[in-house]
Design a protein around this ligand. Structure first.
Ligand code: ATP
Ligand code: ZN
Ligand code: MG
Length: 532
């Protein structure tokens, strides 16, 4: 990677002949010292390849290597001149502009970057040249070049990843379980009226199903979280977009986030045209409504743990405060999954999740993750008796943050990374087909990704790590019902103990649909609801 540009320096007045005679020496000094400062290999530094002057403007043509990009070189030249001009000639510098800045890359890359400072991207003769618009000094002071270089590197790495979000490697699996049930619980739940669709990916859960979901939460809390000392906290469910900027979600997953807008004004009088419109047309017109709203400043709960990092931000911890072990289950998460991907409670727009979060030293974070894994395994095997498998997934975001690398055949899980928990859904088909498996939860060690982004500190200066684990309640219930069915006798002892006083589902003259009324009653009897 090489850089090129022309630093145009405008002085407060035309310099005297004497200074211009000195300029060749100044350029030599710059090339031999200033523009090589801090680099071992001169190729990595910068050099002035030509210069010219006219009236009060001096222009330096600069070529530079990786370590002293052209914008840094331009600033160094300016500071150097400033001293000489000020001291000997009482001349100041009015303006510094970098003209025709270019980033020159090896190879003909097909990269596409659409940001306003880029003028052109062209590749030919084994090179790719990115030309920027002229940069004024305030832009040169910002790390724009560095970020552009990072962005290009990221795009290149990403291509090598094949556009995937994560790499998947199985690390553990349960025994095969005898499958006695093959129906699709999504369909049954809707037919018997336990769940009712409200909008794409959003459902109303009637009391029997709500009861089952809550009991699964209770089992997780009683059997995994409380014994390990996790405490409940309540996190907000609408987050300022600035949080998403720090976590990286705003950049990485804007296509899946649901954004929220507040009204332009609190003054109801300003809504008079809207009120008149609604009165006359009785129509919820979103385009007209939009004109009364601000641009989105929030997004609805997406990953659930980010408010935890925001809370930790700038706090300083010592040994006695650590580790912190919390969980949140105070409200739903929202994800736009695209219109095609939604299906029953398998993939929802509004779903419920218990989010488990922890902070500590790297050793503490690994140990907590390992204890959680042990309990999760017990939960999957003994409490629910599921057929499951775990996969080490190397998420792109951790690779990009430099927290982890993709691994070969031998996997060391005691480092930043994610383990996905998947369950077999018999109604989907054969076990051999990956599509028959559903991610029901996961557990991650983030390394210092978030403690760095949110500046969470240890008083001693040593590094702090975080971890999180998401328990998607609907998905665990779906996995359980898919494998065990609605027959109470097929459920494990613990589940039977927890789900005892199941309320019966609602019946109205036309609900559930009359053709399924008998099915509803039969199922409710099988799960142990005493029907009248
Ligand atoms: P998937 O690969 O199925 O899209 P994900 O990797 O996007 O899942 P995470 O972001 O890791 O999921 O979220 C953690 C947990 O939240 C998941 O394991 C799952 O239990 C739950 N979850 C995520 N998205 C949904 C959804 N659209 N509907 C229901 N549950 C979900
Ligand atoms: Zn999380
Ligand atoms: Mg997803």
């Amino acid at each position: 990677m090489k850089f090129y540009g022309k630093a145009r320096i405008k002085l407060s007045k035309s310099p005297p002949e004497e200074f211009l005679e000195e300029l060749t020496n100044i350029v030599s000094k710059l090339n031999e010292e200033t523009l090589l400062r801090g680099v071992k290999n001169p190729e990595d530094g910068a050099r002035i390849i030509s210069f010219s002057f006219k009236d009060d403007v001096i222009t330096f043509e600069i070529e530079s290597g990786r370590l002293i990009p052209v914008h840094t070189a331009a600033l160094r030249i300016k500071n150097f001149l400033l001293k000489i001009l000020g001291m000997h000639y009482k001349i100041g510098i009015r303006e510094l502009t970098l003209e025709s800045p270019k980033v020159i890359l090896n190879g003909e890359l097909r990269i596409n970057i659409d940001i306003p400072i880029i003028e052109e991207i062209a590749s030919s003769n084994g090179q790719t040249i990115i030309t920027l618009k002229p940069l004024n000094e305030s832009l040169l002071q910002k790390p724009i070049f560095q970020r552009l270089v990072d962005l290009i590197t990221e795009k290149e790495q990403r291509k090598q990843w094949g556009g995937k979000i994560e790499h998947w490697q199985k690390i553990k699996e349960s025994q095969r379980k005898e499958i006695k049930f093959r129906d699709d619980p999504n369909v049954i739940l809707e037919e018997i009226g336990w769940i009712s669709n409200v909008a794409p990916g959003q459902w109303l859960f009637t009391p029997p199903f709500a009861h089952i979901l809550r009991k699964f939460e209770e089992m997780l809390i009683d059997i995994i979280l409380k014994p390990l000392g996790f405490m409940e906290a309540i996190f907000p469910k609408m987050e300022p977009i600035s949080i998403g900027l720090k976590t990286g979600h705003l950049k990485g997953t804007p296509n899946q986030m649901i954004f929220a807008s507040i009204p332009r004004s609190y003054n109801i009088e300003e809504f008079e045209p809207w009120q008149d419109y609604v009165t006359i047309y009785n129509e919820a017109n979103p385009d007209f409504l939009k004109s009364f709203l601000e641009s989105p400043k929030y997004y609805l709960c997406f990953a659930q743990c980010p408010p935890f990092y925001e809370f930790l931000s700038k706090k300083v911890f010592t040994e006695k405060h650590l580790p912190i072990k919390w969980f949140d289950r105070s409200g739903p998460s929202f994800r736009w999954e695209g219109a095609g991907g939604l299906r029953g409670i398998e993939r929802l727009v509004e779903f419920h999740r218990i989010e488990i979060v922890w902070l500590g030293t790297p050793d503490q974070v690994i140990e907590i993750r390992n204890k959680l894994l042990e309990r999760y395994e017990y939960f999957m095997d003994k409490v629910l008796d599921l057929e499951w498998r775990w996969a080490w997934v190397t998420p792109w975001f951790l690779v990009h943050a430099g927290e982890t690398e993709e691994m070969g055949d031998k996997i060391d899980i005691n480092q930043p990374g994610t383990i996905d928990f998947e369950a077999y859904l018999p109604y989907k088909g054969s076990r051999d087909d990956n599509k028959s498996w559903l991610e029901i939860g996961n557990i991650s060690i983030h390394g210092a990704k978030y403690t760095r982004a949110f500046r969470v500190q240890h008083a001693s200066g040593s590094v702090l790590w975080t971890g999180c684990s998401g328990f998607g309640v609907e998905r665990w219930v779906l996995a359980f019902l898919s494998q065990k069915g609605f027959e109470r006798d097929s459920w494990t002892k613990t589940v039977q103990e927890y789900i005892k006083d199941l309320p019966s589902g609602l019946e109205a003259a036309n609900y559930p649909s009359p053709q399924y009324l008998n099915l509803k009653r039969a199922i409710e009897e099988k799960v142990g609801i005493k029907c009248e």
